[in-house]
Write a protein that binds this ligand. Structure first.
Ligand code: HEM
Length: 454
């Protein structure tokens, strides 16, 4: 339970254990989620120090909701995104204020429900081609396969000019992009939790991060150049970007479009593949859930689109995966003016951290929080929770633009896998969470067996 306090000073207590010069950086860099989990009991908003820089940690749904929604206009994205900008440019995930509003308006049409529905065929084709190539009894490195598949799917559905032919082509392109992405994300993480002189040292691979970012930029540039040469409206994301809007009648420049591609790759590839890896890990441990999902998918009428309405149990299962295995453990905001949050005065420039992972493990809202239980969402639906308690896709003006797209992709992939295969753990292999930019499994070898004939 959180301790509530009344005075402003007491409302943001400093977490004990601060080191001279480094502040709480060692705890954050070493203990990561465990450290953020440990500070929850100290108050609704607490202060830690990254070096000499104070950072406020938001621990209650009300504080998270206030910052992300009610007073969102007073916040920008903060340190994490300052670090990301030199790697990926100033696309929708890093930009601020008016530029962000314009970019969000321009990209929104690509994420309308009809547009997503139109991608289901391509998504299904990619998942089916890759899953059909597995052999009975084969051990699949699910984390790597998911990473390849989801990066390929994003490239193929959003940026259709880049679509190579066939499963192998998609998987290869997915792999190339995914490898660079993983490296860049690690660089952003290192740059956020370590002081700049240490983070930019060659020993920590700074040059590797920069060259992965350059390679990714080159791939995105090529994609934009190809699309520019073909003026037809292909109905994909690049066509949406080139089309004029009332606020920007000439559409995006090549550099702007390139930066948006990088933003979307950064936001939309590893998030879905990591979530799917955790989903498969849970299925491996719980054959009864796999059976239920298989039965639900088998009953889906031909032509019906996978959604929360048509696959309610599978959707609940994914919501529980996103609760317990939320990949985004560290997100940040920065106050762009002095602001009062839950009685705490935050100065202009104050950095804030919120962690969906620790929020999702609060026993006040999720009884027995470490238990994986999709049916908890029947007993207490999302609407019954206080706003801010369950935030897998964040909230407010910076909420994930790809939330429905991601849920659709994940339903499609689960349906393809579970309809054909029973994924099972490999004996003797312990799966551990690795906490870097996202929380992913250290490895995920799984043996796939066909279902017995009915
Ligand atoms: C399971 C999958 C996903 C999860 C858990 C997830 C989660 C999130 C979260 C928490 C944010 C807010 C970040 C913040 O507060 O700083 C976000 C933003 C964003 N996401 Fe996702 N996301 C997922 C998939 C996707 C996909 C598939 C796409 C695109 C195809 C996407 C595109 C974006 C974009 C563009 C933003 C920035 C929005 C803005 O600032 O206006 N995401 N996502």
């Amino acid at each position: 339970m959180l301790m509530r306090s009344t005075t402003a000073e007491a409302a943001a207590p400093v977490v004990p254990g601060r080191f001279p010069l480094l502040g709480h950086l060692p705890q954050l860099a070493v203990r990561r989620v465990d450290f953020l989990q440990s500070v929850r009991a100290r108050g609704e908003i607490v202060r830690i120090f990254l070096g000499n820089r104070p950072v406020f940690v938001l621990n209650s749904p009300a504080a998270v909701h206030d910052v992300l929604v009610t007073q969102s206009r007073k916040f920008g994205k903060g340190l994490l995104f300052d670090v990301a900008r030199p790697f990926i440019g100033n696309g929708i995930i890093t930009s601020e204020r008016e530029v962000h509003r314009r970019q969000r308006r321009a990209l929104q049409p690509a994420f309308h429900r009809d547009g997503i529905a139109a991608c289901v065929g391509t998504m299904t084709g990619i998942a089916e081609e890759q899953v059909a190539a597995w052999r009975p009894g084969e051990v699949i490195a699910m984390d790597l396969v998911m990473r390849r598949m989801m990066t390929g799917m994003l490239v193929a559905t959003l940026f259709s000019t880049e679509r190579p032919d066939g499963a192998v082509g998609v998987a290869e392109l997915g792999e190339r992009v995914a490898e660079h992405l993983t490296t860049v994300m690690r660089g952003v993480f290192v740059g956020t939790v370590l002081p700049a002189p240490i983070a930019s040292s060659p020993v920590l691979g700074h040059r590797t991060y920069l060259s992965a970012a350059a390679a990714l930029r080159e791939l995105a540039d090529t994609s934009v150049r190809q699309a520019r040469q073909d003026p037809a409206d292909r109905g994909d994301l690049l066509s949406v970007m080139f089309a004029g809007t009332p606020g920007n009648p000439r559409g995006m420049t090549d550099t702007e479009a390139r930066d948006e591609l990088l933003s979307l790759l950064m936001a939309g590839a590893e998030t879905t593949s990591t979530t799917l890896s955790w989903a498969l890990h849970e299925l491996g441990r719980r054959p009864e859930i796999t059976e239920r999902i298989r039965a639900e998918c088998a009953a889906l009428p031909a032509g019906a689109l996978p959604s929360a309405a048509t696959l309610p149990y599978t959707d609940r299962f994914l919501r529980e995966v996103l609760r317990l295995h939320q990949p985004n453990w560290l997100l940040m905001r920065r106050a762009s003016e002095p602001v009062r949050v839950r009685g705490v005065e935050l100065p202009r420039g104050a950095e804030l951290i919120y962690s969906a992972v620790t929020m999702h493990r609060d026993p006040a809202y999720f009884p027995d929080p470490l238990r994986f239980d999709p049916d908890r969402w029947l007993r207490r639906t999302e609407k019954d929770l206080p706003p801010g308690a369950y935030v897998p896709f964040a909230l407010g003006n910076r909420k994930c633009i790809g939330d429905h797209f991601a849920m659709t992709e994940m339903l499609v992939v689960l349906r393809s896998i579970v309809s054909r295969w029973r994924p099972r753990p490999v004996a003797g292999r312990r799966i551990r969470p690795v906490v870097q930019a996202l929380i992913r499994p250290n490895a995920l070898p799984m043996r796939v067996s066909p279902w017995p004939a009915r």
